[in-house]
Design a protein. Structure first.
Ligand code: 5GP
Ligand code: MN
Length: 342
């Protein structure tokens, strides 16, 4: 997967004494974002570098249990500007599990202000822009955590894996593959997972910690969302869920509570694309999922200024919920009727 030239360049960048390094990942970080960042942070630290691991906003509470999670620094919660300060002084900035610095909001501006740091991308999203000095971009791979696994094996050697690294990478791979159920699973991936299992990770524990650690109100919100707020467009094989701010407040919504909701319409026979519209103070967050050939990355780019992968993408809408849903209905009509799929 990883070409030797890029690997050599990475070694050169990291050689010659300890470096000041920042590892950043995307807004609303998920299991893969956090898992890959924690593992990469730990490897760099083991090699003697001074590493800060930064996220734009808080990670979901179902990842609270992870080893080293307290090492993650949240840009939005940093009142005294300490994070901006060490970003300013960084020699190297690693960007994991996203490829657009603009997706980082305020944190992105801080990164762009450091003109001398070299930027390295480690990611599996499509179409990376040319704003990086070194790129490890593999859109066919299931997760950034698996790419980090390969990088560690090739750059540092398999003996560098330890229990926390194995656990972090497993969380990333498990969550980004829908618990090993999506289409981009390979024999090599399972061989990698076998190496992680050799570190003694406890799979039933990890599974329960991530998937069965929700609040009661989250489970009730899911029931409400599916019962009252799910619409099925039978003709197109499309389903969608809306969640307005007032409804979220009623169910004491916390960051991460709606994780996975967007997958439920896809569990209905005949549904091949699903969407969820989650209202926030500034905009409506759009999440898209699909099966097979239906390309929601294209849909997200065309209609919601976003992107992602073929079967999982997202974007934003800056009009109210009613107008957003109307825009979506029209987009679905155009997308499926103009033969953009099948
Ligand atoms: P989620 O629905 O889990 O928030 O996002 C699904 C996928 O879409 C992720 O791979 C994520 O990186 C991508 N994505 C979500 N929102 C945006 C966005 O606003 N812009 C872009 N380019 N990608 C997004
Ligand atoms: Mn990912």
């Amino acid at each position: 997967m990883i070409d030797l030239r890029s690997l050599e360049q990475l070694k050169e960048m990291l050689n010659g004494g300890p470096k000041k390094i920042v590892v950043v990942t995307h807004t609303n970080p998920d299991g893969d974002a956090i898992g890959s960042s924690l593992a990469w942070r730990r490897i760099l630290e083991k090699q003697g570098h001074d590493v800060h691991c930064v996220v734009p906003n808080r990670y979901p509470y179902f990842l609270d249990w992870m080893a080293d999670i307290s090492k993650i620094e949240v840009f939005k919660e940093d009142a005294d500007g300490k994070i901006a300060e060490f970003i300013h002084e960084a020699d190297l900035i690693f960007c994991l599990d996203f490829n657009l610095i603009s997706r980082l909001e305020g944190l992105g501006a801080s990164i762009e202000a450091n003109k001398s740091a070299r930027r390295i991308l480690i990611d599996h999203h499509l179409d990376p822009p040319a704003e990086f000095d070194l790129v490890f971009s593999y859109p066919r791979e299931c997760s950034t955590s698996y790419i980090v696994y390969e990088l560690i094996s090739q750059y540092a050697g398999c003996e560098m894996f330890d229990y926390p690294i194995a656990e972090s990478l497993y969380v990333g791979i498990m969550t980004d593959t829908g618990n090993f159920s999506y289409s981009n699973l390979s024999a090599d991936l399972f061989r990698a997972v076998a190496r992680l299992v050799e570190q003694g990770i406890d799979i039933p524990f990890i599974n329960t910690a991530v998937y069965n650690g929700f609040s009661e109100s989250r489970v009730r919100l899911l029931g409400y969302a599916l019962n009252d707020n799910m619409t099925i467009l039978r003709d197109y094989g499309v389903g969608f869920i809306t969640l307005r701010e007032s409804e979220l407040r009623r169910y004491r919504f916390q960051q991460g509570d709606s994780e996975g909701f967007v997958n439920y319409p896809l569990s209905i026979k005949g549904i091949r694309m699903s969407a969820m519209f989650l209202e926030t103070k500034q905009f409506i967050r759009v999440s898209l999922r699909s099966r097979g050939e239906v390309d929601v990355n294209r849909f997200a780019r065309k209609y919601f200024g976003g992107g992602g992968h073929r079967n999982a993408a997202g974007g934003k809408s800056f009009v109210d919920m009613t107008a957003t849903v109307e825009h979506f209905r029209q987009a679905v009509r155009e997308f499926f009727e103009e033969g953009l799929v099948d």
